[in-house]
Structure formats: structure tokens, C-alpha cells
Design a protein around this ligand. Structure first.
Ligand SMILES: Nc1ncnc2c1ncn2[C@@H]1O[C@H](COP(=O)(O)OP(=O)(O)OP(=O)(O)O)[C@@H](O)[C@H]1O
Ligand SMILES: [Mg+2]
Length: 379
């Protein structure tokens, strides 16, 4: 099965076909058979990793990776905004469980969207205003990955929302994998994030993970820990290549994490163009058709989500400048650009009309993500 509950595709379609059935040792067939010298094809490290993954999976719950092997596809924006909206829903329901976001990117951009500081942003005198949260450049996460311990978290970045910050310390993941590979635990090493999450997952209803665009080993750790993945895709052709890159990552992760599924593809950063009846036209319509054809050829029933995040750089810039999510910007009090131009107000403008539209698109996407996740087979 590829990418989820769909029919098996013709082998080789777009390179999206999972090869897990050829790589995964047939555990059940071998169970009960005594190990003999000379037996070939059974890698004990891989078998142990699959068994551990099966044991951990039920405890991990709703872990969603946001992934695309290309840069600038909206991974961080989508992760932050979905997490913020899911946390808001948890708050409104007074849920006993919270939402966790993990920044697995050495760039550590998630802090820009959520408004916590990077260590280098802290003034030289080290004094941080009360209530302001500071990331640790990924050191806490890296330490936890190496030792399998409880990771350092920024608590209450928003009500009901915690964060494990990322940053340059995650560059050490390659060295960690290399070291464990040298000791014969190449596959077991790939479960490092899953093991870390198992220590805290019972506190969370949702765990969302922002992936880096390039670091393949980090992407693998994330997919091995995840129940499903969401792939944001922008309008350029490279983003479709990003989708087939994701397929390669999937095939590899599924050698250990068999239940991994593609949740769906989210179109990000498209010019808002619809016809009179609200139907999609132009590039939006064309790219959707191409993506749907790609997914069908790959044999998955994962959807291209209906909600499209429109191209709105003014909103994106205000969000990152202010460390606010789009639904928060929508509600932010502040001067409007036309008031500033008319000289009736000063300060930085808040594009709240545009923000309202983008906020609605993120809300619709969050609802689709919620529904589709609920339809995945329970673990
Ligand atoms: N609706 C939007 N319209 C236009 N630009 C946006 C929108 N939302 C976010 N952006 C901007 O697009 C850029 C890329 O977004 P983002 O950082 O989320 O992508 P990414 O896939 O995480 O990138 P990277 O691969 O570098 O991690 C950022 O500068 C972001 O501020
Ligand atoms: Mg990013």
C-alpha cells in the first residue's frame, strides 16, 4: 500500500510506489522459527526497529509531519497556523490534552511565526522581558534525541500550545545517525524522535512537526515518528518534484513505520482566482488537476485539500514581523494602511481585511485536516 488506504498502483508510477513489502522482513513468517547460522536476508537491527516501532505507535497518537523536500513551500507557515488553530480549539473545549509543535529545522524559523525569540535575539545583557520565551537553538531536542530523554519544551507559547524549539544544534543529527550506524544500530537510530515523543505524547492531542527542506536524515526521523504527513505545495513546477521527493522519503520511512500515510496535499501561496460561481480557474485549477493526477498515479486516495492558502505577502510579512499567527493578526488592533496614508494614524499597518481571508483559509484547512485524520485507521 502506498501513501495510505488506496489501491496499489502499477509499480514504478512516478517513483511513488512504496517498496516496504520487499524491504520489510516478513516477521510473522519467521516467528517461531529458530535462528540458524547461515541464515541470510534477516537484519536483526531492522527487525528490532520494526518491533519497537510497532510497540511505540499506539502511544504516539496524532503525530503529523509537515514535509516537502523543496524550500519555501509553506511548511513552517502551515505548521504554525494549523497548530495555533488546533490549540485554540483545545482551549475552547477546555481539553485535558494540549497541542505540541516541534521545530525540526536547523533554520529554526518556527519562532518567527510563533513569536518566541532565538538565542541570538536576546540582548547582550541577557535580560529578557518577563513572559517572553526564548528558544534554545535546538540544543534541548538534540540532547533528547541522543539520550532518549524528555525534551526541553517552551510551555504555553499560546494557551494549550507547547513548542520544542529547533535550530542549528540539529545539524548534529547526521553525526548521531553515523555513530549509531557504526555500532550496528542504523535502523534503531531512526527511531530516536519516536522514542523521545513516546515520553511525552500522552500530554498531547496533536503533535505537529515542521520539517527542514534538505536534511534527509532529519526528515527520516520525523516520518518514522509520524502517523501521517501533510505536504504543502506551491505553484512552481519544482514543488511537484518536491512531492516525488516526499514519496522517496515515504518509502524509506515505511520500512520501519508501516502505518505511515499521506494525509493530503495543501496548495499554498496561490493567487486567488475563482470564476463567478466560485469555481477555481487558471493556475489554481491547473495545478490542482496535475496534483490530483500525480496522487492517483501513485495509487493513493489522499486528497488535494479544498482549502487553498492564497498568495498574500503583506499578511505573511506582518505575521513574521509581529510573531503572530494569521488568525491573531486578523484580530490585532492597529492602524490600517489607509489611515496611515491619510495621516489620521501612525505606526505599522495591519492588513486585517486580507488577514481575515487567509485566516478563513487556514481554518478551513484545519477542519479538513481534522476530518481526514479522524478517518485514518485507529492504531
Ligand atoms: N500566504 C502567503 N503568501 C505569500 N507568502 C507567504 C504566505 N505565507 C507565508 N509566506 C512567506 O513565504 C515564505 C515561505 O514560507 P515558509 O517559511 O512557511 O516555507 P517553508 O517551506 O517552511 O520554507 P523552508 O523550506 O525555507 O523552511 C516565507 O517568507 C513566508 O513568510
Ligand atoms: Mg520552514
Amino acid at each position: 500500500m502506498i501513501y495510505g488506504a488506496g489501491e496499489r498502483a502499477a509499480p514504478g508510477a512516478m517513483g511513488l510506489v512504496s517498496d516496504r513489502h520487499t524491504h520489510t522482513p516478513p516477521l510473522r513468517e519467521r516467528e517461531g522459527k529458530p535462528m540458524t547460522f547461515g541464515q541470510v536476508g534477516l537484519d536483526p537491527d531492522l527487525v528490532a526497529a520494526i518491533e519497537l516501532s510497532r510497540r511505540l505507535r499506539p502511544a504516539l497518537g496524532r503525530v503529523l509531519a509537515v514535509l516537502n523536500g523543496k524550500g519555501g513551500q509553506g511548511k513552517t507557515s502551515v505548521t504554525a497556523n494549523l497548530a495555533g488553530l488546533l490549540a485554540l480549539a483545545a482551549e475552547q473545549a477546555n481539553s485535558p490534552r494540549r497541542v505540541l509543535v516541534i521545530d525540526c529545522d536547523p533554520q529554526g524559523n518556527l519562532g518567527l511565526d510563533l513569536g518566541y525569540l532565538k538565542p541570538e535575539d536576546v540582548p547582550v545583557d541577557g535580560r529578557v522581558p518577563e513572559g517572553v520565551l526564548v528558544g534554545d537553538d535546538g540544543k534541548g531536542l538534540m540532547t533528547a534525541l541522543q539520550a532518549g530523554t524528555v525534551p526541553h519544551r517552551l510551555r504555553n507559547v499560546r494557551p494549550w500550545l507547547d513548542v520544542i524549539p529547533g535550530g542549528s544544534a540539529l545539524d548534529e543529527v547526521n553525526g548521531m545517525i553515523f555513530g549509531k550506524t557504526a555500532r550496528g544500530h542504523a535502523h534503531r537510530a531512526r527511531l530516536a524522535l519516536a522514542e523521545v515523543l513516546a515520553t511525552i505524547a500522552d500530554e498531547y492531542d496533536w503533535i505537529l512537526i515542521d520539517c527542514p527542506p534538505r536534511e534527509i536524515n532529519v526528515q527520516d526521523l520525523v516520518l518514522v515518528a509520524s502517523r501521517a504527513a501533510l505536504v504543502p505545495v506551491s505553484f512552481d513546477q519544482a514543488s511537484r518534484q518536491g512531492l516525488s521527493g516526499v514519496a522517496e522519503r515515504f518509502s524509506r520511512a515505511m520500512t520501519i513505520n508501516e502505518p505511515l500515510e499521506l494525509l493530503g496535499v495543501a496548495m499554498f501561496g496561490f493567487q486567488y482566482r475563482v470564476g463567478r460561481k466560485g469555481d477555481e480557474v487558471g493556475q489554481r485549477r491547473q495545478v490542482r488537476a496535475e496534483l490530483e493526477a500525480d496522487l492517483q498515479a501513485a495509487g493513493t486516495d489522499a486528497p488535494v485539500f479544498n482549502s487553498v492558502i492564497r498568495y498574500m505577502p503583506s499578511v505573511a510579512k506582518s505575521c513574521r514581523d509581529r510573531g503572530q499567527l494569521v488568525h491573531e493578526l486578523e484580530q490585532a488592533e492597529g492602524p490600517k494602511w489607509w489611515e496611515i496614508r491619510a495621516g489620521t494614524a501612525t505606526g505599522r499597518p495591519v492588513p486585517s481585511t486580507e488577514a481575515t481571508k487567509v485566516a478563513q483559509e487556514y481554518e478551513d484547512l484545519a477542519a479538513e485536516v481534522f476530518t481526514r485524520f479522524s478517518q485514518l485507521e485507529p492504531m
